[in-house]
Design a protein around this ligand. Structure first.
Ligand code: CA
Length: 413
């Protein structure tokens, strides 16, 4: 039987932001951190809405705790999305949400974005959540080392959030807990300022959890305090029966699929592309438009336009033409799938698979294949023109050029 024996939290605006857009919930056995983003006060609204939905409880529905918690997060997403559509002042807002529920025998975790959950056990700190961030995607693809990611100028760009889309993929996991495990939930205002080693040191010192929470926030501010900082600590005791056999699975916390009844399940659509919080893209008939939209940190003001309905003006008669276009389209589609080109998607240098053309009726012959970490507006004019010329390339050629760009090497396309 698990029991939360102590918890503490602290949230702080940091040294450079005008307001604190983080929200948190510390209502044992449920703990959550939400890191809002958007213009003006929108981020605060989004993170507050996410936490408020969790406050309503797990709901009376059937299903496991993980399923019900996931349902709550999906509800939060819907509400934030609707509000951002109907309330112009909050258009484009979004928030991360990482929540942990201390169930009777295990810890249930749901997670979207780059706020994090750590476990401190036997003087060892271990991160239990994956960041849904651009740099972590690049690390997973082997294109950046973790060290490079930690220093990367685009490390605050997240690829999933609650709010920007009508549906969101939600990670959920059930994790084994041992007696005296200490858990840390935090926003990226801590983790972009303070290395994991230092976090571990600070968690190992101090008498009370409140002191340790203070020490973490102070360390982030001492390092510059560039963002809002929220830390939430809770320590769990296992009482009664000896640790459940399932606790063995706790040895592999980063692989929640190995934990009992474990799930790390995307429950909704849109996990495939990092679409969630990047500014909207406009596609022109000649391929992806080249824009100078800078993607900056947490400032997500890329208001996503509602998808425009395509006007169809088909009258009875030109079916032959339609059929020919269809055949042409099918042929071109298959031909296009083995070639690549480099373009600009949402301000980032992007490798597209296909041909840089759009057929009638909005049939595109290309799809984004890889988003680089390089903003287009950091390229010099001449290089931009040469690189984003939509020339058809092999995959190796395109990847090689983009890899070089990411490493800061000179590129001669
Ligand atoms: Ca933040």
């Amino acid at each position: 039987m698990l029991r939360v024996v102590e918890h503490a939290h602290r949230t702080d605006t940091g040294r450079q932001r005008p307001a604190n857009e983080d929200s948190f919930l510390a209502r044992s056995p449920l703990f959550a951190v939400a890191d809002g983003m958007g213009g003006a006060q929108a981020g605060e609204v989004a993170s507050r809405m996410a936490v408020d939905v969790l406050q309503e409880g797990l709901g009376a529905g059937n299903g496991t705790v993980a399923e019900r918690l996931t349902d709550q997060v999906a509800t939060a997403n819907s509400r934030i999305f609707e509000r951002s559509r109907t309330d112009q002042g909050n258009a484009g807002m979004g928030t991360t949400l990482t929540a942990a529920y201390v169930d009777t025998e295990e810890l249930v975790v749901v997670h979207v974005g780059d706020s994090r959950l750590y476990r401190y056990r036997a003087a060892t700190l271990e991160r239990l959540t994956d960041d849904h961030s651009l740099v972590e995607e690049l690390v997973r693809q082997g294109r950046l080392t973790p060290e490079e990611a930690a220093e990367h100028p685009q490390r605050s760009i997240i690829t999933r959030a609650l709010g920007p889309e009508s549906e969101v993929a939600i990670d959920s996991a059930v994790m084994a807990v041992e007696d005296d495990d200490l858990f840390l939930l935090c926003s990226d205002g801590l983790t972009t300022m303070v290395h994991d080693d230092q976090i571990a040191d600070l968690l190992g010192a101090g008498e009370t959890l409140a002191e340790r929470a203070d020490a973490l926030v102070d360390a982030a501010n001492a390092a510059g305090g560039r963002d809002n900082i929220t830390v939430l600590l809770f320590r769990v005791e296992r009482t009664g029966a000896s640790p459940a056999p399932a606790a063995a699975a706790g040895d592999e916390p980063t692989e929640p699929t190995e934990a009992p009844a474990a799930t790390l399940a995307g429950v909704a659509s849109t996990p495939a592309q990092p679409t969630a919080v990047m500014p909207a893209v406009t596609i022109s008939p000649n391929g992806p438009e080249t824009t100078d939209d800078a993607i900056s940190g947490d400032d997500v003001d890329g208001t996503r336009e509602p998808r425009r309905k395509k006007r169809r003006g088909v009258r009875a008669g030109p079916f032959v033409v339609l059929f020919l276009v269809f055949c042409l389209g099918v042929g071109a589609f298959f031909a296009s799938q083995t070639v690549y080109f480099i373009g600009n998607d949402r301000g980032l240098v992007t490798v597209y698979r296909g041909l840089p053309y759009e057929l009638p009726f909005g049939v595109k012959l290309y799809t984004p294949n890889y988003y680089s970490s390089v903003p287009v507006n950091t390229l010099e004019e001449a290089q931009r023109e040469r690189l984003l010329d939509h020339r058809v390339r092999s995959l190796d050629d395109a990847n090689d050029l983009v890899s070089k760009l990411e490493r800061g090497e000179v590129v001669t396309p």
